[in-house]
Ligand binder design. Structure first.
Ligand code: TYM
Length: 332
């Protein structure tokens, strides 16, 4: 059976970009592959969260993963910092990753631009840590959104380089994966780029937020003044609303708004109301399950413990073999 790895940074609550880009695939993959899903809390240290914020975010994302339907008996769901083998392998792989290639990573360049006062070494070597997460379980498939594609390419580079350096065929080549024909990119509500936490609070729809909060955000989403000619190309912010509808609305509903756009009779207010309604139909049961999961301390603790044990078993096997390959042999 092929092995699957994917992680989510605990930056607060999960948004629908995380859900449709990654988690929706996890839910199906857990029954078909040997899956390792984890909360990437070491990754999140690049932005220096307070200890309380870090802990609460990890707890939230753990509860959310369980609430949406990850079955801890079918997959391994763990917290990254529970697996000390990861930072050890990361150290070894860092010797083999070059400054130039790390500086060229799109995510690094974007972080340097948006946050020039916090260009730390962890940010530069972020793709090495991510490669470690994947290689430590010798994964074949990595379900992620489109934004992670380049990191997967770097993972293959680092794995292949290790294999060449030591003349072994050890690490497999991991491929980005989605059940849909393309990797998913869920747009944000502010009209620019993918939905993200860093896009500000108005950009993202969170799984755990109340109906009123989500509806208000959708009603305020950016649009234009409306089409002036039949069959005009949709500007990005309007296309984004259609793309969001495709995630939660019925086909005929979307087609009606599409026709209305094409014959210039569309009323964006009506479209947003419909989107908010369909979003709530989708989110309500999830939100209720998240609230329940957050109340159940014992379930969370048991899940984290079981996940840590299973993840360490796989990680320590790889690390032992890697130490052998590298030439760390015992003198005693
Ligand atoms: P992160 O925490 O930013 O996002 C978690 C997952 O959600 C996907 N995603 C999206 N998909 C579609 N549209 C969006 N707007 C959107 N926003 C987020 C991401 O593609 C991702 O799959 N570096 C990773 C975490 C990570 C990881 C790994 C992933 C660490 N180690 C190993 C896979 C394998 C990240 O920051 O994802």
């Amino acid at each position: 059976m092929e092995t699957v790895v994917s992680g989510i940074r605990p930056t607060g609550k999960l948004h629908i970009g995380n859900y449709f880009g990654a988690v929706a695939n996890f839910l199906k993959m857990q029954y078909e592959y040997n899956c390792y899903f984890f909360i990437a809390d070491i990754h999140s240290l690049t932005t220096h969260p307070t200890p309380a914020d870090l802990h609460n975010s990890v707890r939230q994302v753990l509860a959310e993963n369980i609430a949406v339907g990850l079955d801890i008996d079918k997959c391994t769901l763990f917290i990254q910092s529970d697996v000390p083998e990861i930072p050890e392998l990361y150290t070894y792989l860092n010797m083999n990753a070059y400054k130039g290639e790390l500086e060229r990573a799109a995510s690094f360049k974007e972080k340097v631009r948006s946050n020039p006062d916090n260009v730390n070494a962890g940010l530069l070597t972020y793709p090495v840590l991510m490669a470690t997460d994947i290689l430590i379980h010798k994964a074949h498939k990595v379900p992620v959104g489109k934004d992670q594609e380049q990191h997967l390419e770097m993972t293959r580079t680092f794995g292949n380089r290790f294999n060449r350096l030591y003349n072994v065929e050890y690490f497999p080549e991991a491929q980005a994966f989605s059940y849909s024909d393309k990797l998913v990119k869920v747009p944000g509500l502010t009209g620019v780029g993918k939905m993200s936490k860093s896009g500000g609070d108005a950009d993202a729809i969170f799984l755990a937020d109340d109906e009123a909060v989500n509806t208000k955000k959708i009603m305020r989403a950016k649009t234009d003044a409306g089409p002036t000619q039949p069959n005009q190309k949709k500007p990005d912010e309007v296309q984004n609303l259609f793309d969001l509808m495709k995630l939660v609305s019925a086909m005929d509903v979307i087609e009606n708004f599409d026709s209305a756009y094409n014959n210039c009779s569309i009323r964006y207010g009506d479209m947003k109301k419909q989107l908010a309604y369909d979003m709530e139909v989708f989110l309500k049961p999830i939100r209720e399950k998240i609230a329940d999961a957050l109340k159940n301390e014992t379930v969370l603790a048991q899940a984290a413990k079981l996940g840590a044990e299973k993840a360490r078993e796989s990680a320590s096997k790889t690390l032992k073999e890697v130490r052998e390959i590298i030439g760390f042999r015992k003198f005693y």
